[in-house]
Write a protein that binds this ligand. Structure first.
Ligand code: ZN
Length: 299
């Protein structure tokens, strides 16, 4: 029997960080595509904190026949935050994913204020006083209507909305509206990332509402600057997958950092490590092949 876990045959990584970015990265778009092709992967999705990646992905796809490269846009201040025009541009260029804000999200800024992390100095990250948020008031009841327009654009394009570093209440607003308009492709970005402060109970609620939980390898990597005891452990992730069901889960690398393995190798490590935690092979296939391919519309 072929060992699908030795190479990454037909695997899809929905979350890879290429160079150039606003700080150094390990591999550029084309190098990521070449590495994915060498591992016989089917597709990778490029995520950039400060620019649209849909156009870059199209060029990488042409330069590296045999693997599909996709991109999208992250709703950080560099593209205007909650900016429907940036989403329109990304989709027009073939973008498949719209992510919520990342290091510039209010949740991220709030967390860093409470838990200063020296590692950010190395990349020159400066945090704004106020981050990107869906809420226009302190009571968190007045929702910025631009998110509704953005979700509608994603639905029309049959794209994926990924929650980035939004707070659990913001994820709730997104799931409410997604339900109203029939947008089914909602991915909760790395629920195991301690900065988001999600609990297993949060994950149960998100999964019960039809969202996909994208477990990422990055928070588990030993040299990662943000590593902290609050991170979800591998055993906790394996248990969550068993409880919530593999069909509600995805595995992505979130790699591209200089101090980590190349994304494809990281994804392989993650898959094998979960396998050793008792996650079934058919479930690993579902999370790294069938479901991400379907979300990208690759069938
Ligand atoms: Zn990421």
């Amino acid at each position: 029997m072929r060992d699908i876990f030795r190479d990454l045959r037909d695997a899809v990584d929905l979350h890879v960080h290429p160079a150039p970015d606003s700080f150094p990265r390990l591999l550029d778009d084309v190098e990521i595509a070449e590495d994915a092709r060498a591992k016989r992967m089917r597709a990778v999705v490029l995520k950039g904190h400060t620019s649209i990646t849909a156009d870059r992905a199209a060029i990488a796809t042409r330069m590296v026949p045999g693997v599909e490269v996709y991109g999208g846009v992250v709703l950080n201040p560099a593209v205007g935050g909650l900016n429907p025009e940036a989403v329109r541009a990304s989709i027009a260029m073939g973008g498949r994913v719209v992510w919520g804000p990342t290091m510039w999200a209010q949740q991220h800024v709030d967390y860093i204020r409470r838990h200063p992390m020296s590692g950010y100095r190395a990349i020159g990250m400066r945090f704004p006083a106020r981050g990107v948020t869906l809420f226009r008031d302190a009571a968190r009841t007045d929702v910025d209507p631009r998110i509704y327009e953005i979700l509608e654009l994603v639905r029309e394009a049959d794209g994926i909305f990924a929650t980035g570093h939004f707070h659990r209440d913001e994820v709730g607003v997104i799931l409410d509206h997604a339900e109203r308009i029939g947008l089914r492709k909602i991915v909760v970005t790395h629920p195991n990332y301690q900065v988001l402060e999600f609990t297993l109970e949060d994950c149960r609620r998100f999964a019960a509402r039809g969202a996909y939980l994208e477990w990422c390898y990055l928070p588990l990597t030993p040299h990662w600057m943000l590593r902290s005891p609050e991170s979800w452990g591998l055993g906790e992730i394996a248990a969550a997958i068993r409880e919530l069901g593999a069909e509600r889960c995805l595995l992505s690398s979130d790699l591209g950092q200089l101090h980590n393995a190349p994304p494809a190798e990281g994804l392989r490590e993650f898959i094998q490590a979960l396998r050793e935690e008792g996650v079934a092979d058919k479930d690993l296939e579902t999370m790294t092949r069938a479901t991400p391919a379907r979300l990208l519309g690759l069938e």
